[in-house]
Design a protein around this ligand. Structure first.
Ligand code: FAD
Length: 317
């Protein structure tokens, strides 16, 4: 794990509900507030208002960080009044999710339930209804908390992130997006506008499983598995993402590569699960010892692959 800045470590403590920081404030430092109506206005505000300005989406991570004075942005640029950033649809070969789509909409979307249940699984495991009503897909991935649930699903799905600035848009692959704890490949002047995922046809299935102390908690460990199966038997493509077992969401590349060409026997699943655990680098904290979390990655990967296979082949679950 790379050395974290003091601010990043503090954020991790908070997100993992560990030892509260002493001398806490519960009121943010003062800040300027803007509520642009268009994307170009928001981008121009980002460009002109200094490097410590911040996009405000659902506020479910940013506001707690500000209240604890772990971050004190000079200006919040609220993107909630910008139209056209809240959608879930398939077009031109991609499932497209607008950055401002609420987590509750990911949870209830019939399209996702039917064709991309891994996203549905992950969304429904996030926090509680209040947080899911306000929190956004874009905010969840941009915050890049290693314990957030959507990043692992996005890695398993080989998602791409569309970052928009005054120079136009660029596409960042999920494997390049999650750089470190609370750090993404987004530049300060860029706004994440869309998450896009290669569209699925038949023979695809995915699942996200999370171990948590209590319902609504951040993960002790989580696993996202997505597979594509040809003729109901052979794995043609596999994606595996891990939550809360490293300094960022982790793609279990060795396990993915091993699965290609395999028939999903108990032995193949067991080997892939052990390879996934090998990709993890969990620390010991109040959620449990690192070794326990690594074991849990084996258990969760096994179950997620079985569920993904059932879904890919039209079975239940
Ligand atoms: C009590 C509680 C429990 C929680 N439990 C979980 C959990 O179990 N699992 C989980 O995954 N999450 C959990 N969360 C976090 C929650 O999912 C947040 O909603 C999410 O992490 C951030 O989304 P947001 O829209 O609220 O973003 P904000 O808080 O508004 O922003 C978060 C960060 O992302 C940046 N940002 C937001 N949108 C964009 C964008 N479009 N472009 C560029 N940058 C952007 C902001 O500038 C900020 O730095 C929990 C939160 C709370 C308060």
């Amino acid at each position: 794990m790379n050395e974290l800045t003091h601010k990043q470590s503090q954020c991790i403590l908070v997100s993992l509900r560990l030892e509260p920081v002493r001398g806490l404030h519960m009121i943010p430092a003062s800040f300027e507030y803007s509520s642009p109506k268009t994307l170009s206005e928001a981008i121009s505000l980002l460009e002109t208002s200094g490097s410590d300005s911040k996009i405000l989406a659902g506020g479910q991570s940013l506001i707690p960080v500000m209240k604890l004075r772990l971050g004190s942005p000079s200006r919040l640029i609220d993107i909630n009044n910008i139209e056209g950033l809240n959608y879930i649809r398939e077009s031109d070969g991609f499932l497209r999710i607008g950055a401002l789509t609420r987590i509750v909409d990911l949870e209830s979307s019939e399209l996702l339930k039917k064709k991309y249940p891994i996203i549905n699984d992950a969304a429904s495991h996030i926090a509680d209804p209040t947080v899911r009503n306000l929190g956004t897909a874009g905010g969840n991935v941009s915050h890049a908390d290693p314990a957030n649930d959507l990043p692992a699903a996005m890695l398993a799905l080989s998602a791409e992130f569309v970052a928009t600035s005054s120079g136009g848009s660029r596409v960042i692959k999920a494997k390049d997006f999650f750089v470190d704890a609370f750090t993404t490949a987004l530049k300060h002047e860029e706004i994440l506008t869309e998450i896009r995922i290669p569209q699925f046809t038949v023979g695809n299935g995915g699942a996200y499983l999370k171990l948590e102390k209590r319902v609504g908690d951040f993960a002790i460990a989580g696993v996202a598995a997505q597979i594509s199966v040809t003729q109901g038997v052979t794995v043609a493509k596999a994606g595996i993402g891990l939550t809360a077992v490293g300094s960022s969401a982790i793609e279990a590349v060795e396990a993915e590569q091993y699965l290609i060409g395999q028939t999903l026997t108990a032995e193949a699943i067991s080997t892939a699960s052990k390879l996934a655990a090998r990709a993890s680098n969990p620390g010991t904290d109040l959620r449990g010892p690192g070794e326990y979390k690594r074991e849990m990655i084996i258990v969760l990967t096994t179950r997620a692959l079985k569920r993904a296979y059932l879904r890919a082949t039209g079975g239940a679950a």
